[in-house]
Design a protein around this ligand. Structure first.
Ligand code: NAD
Length: 377
């Protein structure tokens, strides 16, 4: 099977989909691997590192797309790129299928098997393929680093002959994969951390990291069978906002990571809450690019909101591109290896598999994913 790895072209993207280590494993499995020249550069990998492990370097991007049986990437393709691809080819990347309806239809019409990395089920067996988790974990770390760099204070308590500095107060809203890593990172730096999540099971995880869990009685909340938070009613969102107000006012840093799978993130920090914070305080809104948990956060930017720094720069994992590439590449490899036929030396699309059908969006000229089909058609 001919596998192509094109260069990522999305502005600000420093991660690469396949590292030389993983390229070596794909070649060993019998893949005919073609890497676009310069593909690894943003994460510090050279063309030579890929040729050394048996990959070919492609100078012509259009040919790379046109001859590929499978493409492994990070970001979604353009319409022009889809038009270049062979009918029956497999394309694996992030796709944002809940919002990218035109893209899904283009894949369908082109007869491409489109696999979405976001849609990999959150089961125990699929953890090794779970790119949402691997990248969110790094995002949690990066958000704290950014907050610490922007805050005109230090995180730990410091007792010195010149006096005692109190530890910084950090409040983390949403304690999923990113939030828990943000809590752990802020704790390692010595901050006093409080956190809240609507899924009650999270309280124990937060406490085991040495942070305080803010108890808010919102009535019925819970999680879906897939482990995701259920969407709150507008009344519950308002109750949450009121209950968090005091903690936010006393926080030096607020980090928001609240998401509801397949929906717009809830606005949990309103403008008056931002105004209630001390000048110099910092808010990091992980959801800025998908609508925002914080009123006034700007996707892709850091803004000054009357003395409070609001960071919404997004693509957090790209800031630690080398590690993020290693993890994403490993997720991709595990997905490919799990569906690889030794005899055919090819990726087999098996609709009886327990993982694959959930993340295939289009196949054979149809939208095969029922959830996405119901939204689009
Ligand atoms: P996510 O990115 O969808 O959401 C982030 C967090 O925001 C979640 O913890 C969610 O409960 C929380 N949230 C939603 N609305 C909120 C609100 N109004 N206020 C505060 N918090 C709010 O979630 P995620 O980090 O991708 O993972 C969610 C969960 O999925 C995990 O914690 C875990 O239970 C499960 N999971 C399972 C596996 C696995 O078994 N393979 C892997 C990863 C995650």
């Amino acid at each position: 099977m001919r596998i192509a790895i094109p260069r990522e072209t999305q502005p600000g993207e420093n991660r690469v989909p396949i590292t030389p280590d993983v390229a070596k494993k794909l070649v060993r499995m019998g893949a005919d691997l073609h890497v676009e020249s310069g593909m690894g550069t943003t994460s510090g990998f050279t063309d030579e590192q890929y040729t050394e492990v048996g990959a070919s370097i492609a100078a012509d991007r259009s040919e790379l797309f046109a001859n590929a049986d499978m493409l492994l990437r990070l970001n979604k393709p353009t319409a022009e790129e889809i038009a270049l691809m062979k009918r029956g080819a497999i394309h694996i990347s992030y796709l944002d299928p809940f919002n990218e309806h035109a893209l899904v239809n283009a894949f369908k019409d082109a007869g491409i098997t489109a696999i979405s990395m976001e849609m990999i089920p959150r089961t125990t067996r699929s953890q090794k393929m779970d790119a949402l988790s691997s990248q969110a974990n790094l995002a949690g770390y990066v958000m704290v680093m950014k907050a610490a760099a922007a805050l005109p204070r230090i995180f730990p308590m410091m007792m010195t002959p010149a006096g005692t500095l109190k530890p910084a107060n950090v409040f983390v809203i949403g304690a999923g994969v990113a939030g828990l890593q943000a809590i752990a990172t802020a704790k390692r730096l010595g901050a006093k951390v409080t956190a809240f999540d609507t899924r009650p099971v999270v309280a124990e995880q937060v406490q085991s990291l040495g942070a305080k869990f803010l108890e808010i009685d919102l009535g019925e909340t819970g999680e879906t069978a897939g482990g995701y938070a259920k969407e709150l009613t507008p009344e519950q969102v308002e109750m949450q906002r009121q209950a968090q107000k005091d903690v936010i006012a006393k926080s030096d840093v607020v980090i928001t990571t609240a998401q509801v799978f397949g929906r717009k993130p809830p606005v949990l920090v309103t403008k008056d809450m931002v105004d209630g914070m001390m000048p110099g305080s910092v808010i990091v809104d992980m959801a800025a690019e998908t609508g925002g948990n914080v009123e006034g956060s700007v996707p892709g930017e850091t803004v000054d909101c009357d003395g409070v720094t609001l960071i919404g720069t997004g693509n957090w994992a790209s800031d630690v591109a080398r590690d993020a590439s290693q993890m994403y590449s490993s997720n991709l490899f595990n997905l490919v290896e799990d569906n690889w036929s030794e005899e055919q030396k090819a990726f087999e699309v098996d609709f009886e598999d327990d993982i694959l059908p959930g993340c295939i969006i289009t196949h054979g000229g149809e939208i095969t994913n029922e959830t996405i089909k119901n939204i689009i058609e």
